[in-house]
Design a binder for this molecule. Structure first.
Ligand code: GDP
Length: 478
């Protein structure tokens, strides 16, 4: 009953590098050809939120094969999960509030809305789930923890202000996560608003409106005056239709913790986005390294639920402790099994905290390349002026060593921020600072997350360092 890392990755529909990363996180250094035993395969799968079943085929020499339970025929349409990102003050919160309040259907009106980290609205008999913590930090922090909860990103840009640094960050965070983008050009009610200028400027980031031959949907809206919101919601449904988001509702639930806290009266509460299966009151579960049993479940309208299916956000009680945002959530039929998995996770986590470095650094880059774990060297470039950042980007992207290339995830002018570190950590990137330094908080996070930051003030030196690292010729720094 063993499989290689590569085979396991294939089964889970993941990149081998992602599986290797997870293994590193669990405290095991592995190459693509390494054999994993059944226990390891099950643990890795559960880390990805996938339940595996072991089937013993008696007629074929007792060979154990591992199959993911979902059959194409069992998959049903599920609502898309949407995150709103963009620069500060461009209207993210106003938009989230406007969508939520315009869409209170009859019957629900008068219900007490609950803040549970996400909410659902209904448009043309179809549901859409919105995560209601705007901003790319939350989005990318979750991703850094291995959780992919967002299907579609709305990038809000104020028409009277234009593309700002956090707009660019948001675009790059969404692109790094491979999530489709809809651009909402906001504040069109304001004097001086110029939506066409925004569209023009967005083309520099490969976001080209459909009417200009591109494939990005742009919606002109006013979140405050509630103009264009219906159209925006319809466009979300259009993207969802094209992408065909599906899940199997008829199995045990799995999902992701989006928020959690200790409530004075109710004890630990967790707000969870169900992503697969159906969660029922009374189910045993694992949330990160904690386990429990669903005591009560409410939705965003404060309504008590007996069960909740894919893409539904719920708040649950019945935990032993408070989990963390981004923790995987899995329901189990058997309370003992839930407890066992939670304990194994806790042990693995303790071990990984003791072992060093799961991130790519320039010093061990060559080894990762040789082992076939890395195809691109992901970099984030921050600099003091736009010109040198652009120059660095184009020079670095020309480097190619044995088929490995530099892929720039994000460039920007200014100090290295915590958000840069989180993006690097989520995307296994290194950060290059040109004539800039990390902010103090960023430095702390980089140390924790073991993100490699390289500071330089001569372009040639950056290029030489990267080239040498790719060739395995970098002198170790002690
Ligand atoms: P956030 O920081 O992106 O969440 O932005 P907010 O939603 O807090 O909005 C910032 C400011 O812009 C607030 O004063 C809003 O009232 C205002 N605002 C948001 N949307 C619009 C709009 O469509 N038109 C106008 N005129 N003002 C808006």
């Amino acid at each position: 009953g063993t499989m290689t890392v590569g085979e396991t990755a294939k089964l889970l529909h993941k990149d081998a590098s992602e599986v290797i990363k997870k293994l590193l996180f669990l405290g095991t250094m592995a190459t693509i050809n390494q054999e994993l035993d059944l226990d390891a395969i099950q643990l890795i799968s559960s880390e990805f939120g996938v339940e595996v079943e072991v089937k013993i085929k008696v007629e074929e020499d007792n060979f154990e094969t591992i199959e993911e339970v979902d059959d194409e025929a069992d998959l049903l349409e599920r609502p898309p999960v949407v995150t709103i990102m963009g620069h500060v003050d461009h209207g993210k919160t106003t938009l989230l509030d406007a969508i939520r309040s315009t869409n209170v259907t009859e019957g629900e009106a008068g219900g007490i809305t609950q803040h549970i980290g996400a909410y659902q609205v209904e448009v043309n008999q179809k549901k859409i789930t919105f995560l209601d913590t705007p901003g790319h930090e939350a989005f990318t922090t979750m991703r850094a923890r291995g959780a992919q909860v967002t299907d579609i990103t709305i990038i809000v840009v104020a028409a009277d202000d234009g593309i700002m640094p956090q707009t660019v960050e948001a675009i790059n965070h969404a692109k790094a996560a491979n999530v489709p983008i809809i651009v909402a050009v906001n504040k069109i009610d304001k004097e001086g608003a110029n939506p066409d200028q925004i569209k023009q400027a967005m083309t520099a980031y490969e976001l080209v409106p459909e009417e200009w031959g591109g494939d990005t949907i742009f919606c002109e809206i006013s979140a405050k005056q509630r103009i264009g919101l219906e159209n925006l919601l319809e466009m979300i449904l259009l993207v969802a239709e094209v992408q065909e988001y599906k899940a199997n509702p008829n199995k045990r639930a799995r999902g992701t913790v989006i928020e959690a806290e200790l409530d004075k009266g109710r004890g630990p509460v967790a707000r969870i986005l169900i992503q697969h299966g159906t969660l029922k009151v009374g189910d045993s579960f694992v949330a990160g390294v904690n386990f429990g049993r669903v005591r009560a479940m409410v939705n965003d309208k404060g309504k008590r639920l007996k069960e909740a299916g894919p893409s539904t956000p719920v708040e649950i009680t019945g935990l032993t402790e408070v989990p963390q945002a981004g923790d995987p959530f899995l329901a189990y039929e058997d309370e003992r099994k839930a407890r066992d998995i939670a304990e194994r996770r806790a042990t693995a986590l303790r071990q990984s905290e003791m072992t060093a470095n799961s991130r790519v650094t320039l010093d061990d880059l060559f080894k990762h390349i040789k082992d076939g774990e890395i195809k691109d060297l992901n970099v984030i470039i921050k600099g003091d002026v736009q010109g040198s950042v652009e120059a660095l980007k184009s020079s670095l992207e020309k480097i190619e060593v044995e088929g490995v290339r530099v892929k720039t995830l994000h460039i920007g002018v200014g100090a290295i921020t915590e958000s840069d570190i989180i993006l690097a950590s989520a995307s296994n990137a290194i950060i290059i600072g040109f004539n800039v330094r990390p902010e103090p908080a960023a430095k702390t996070t980089a140390d924790q997350e073991k993100v490699d930051i390289r500071l330089h003030n001569i372009i040639y030196n950056v290029i030489e360092e990267i080239e040498q690292a790719m060739k395995g010729m970098l002198d170790p720094v002690f």
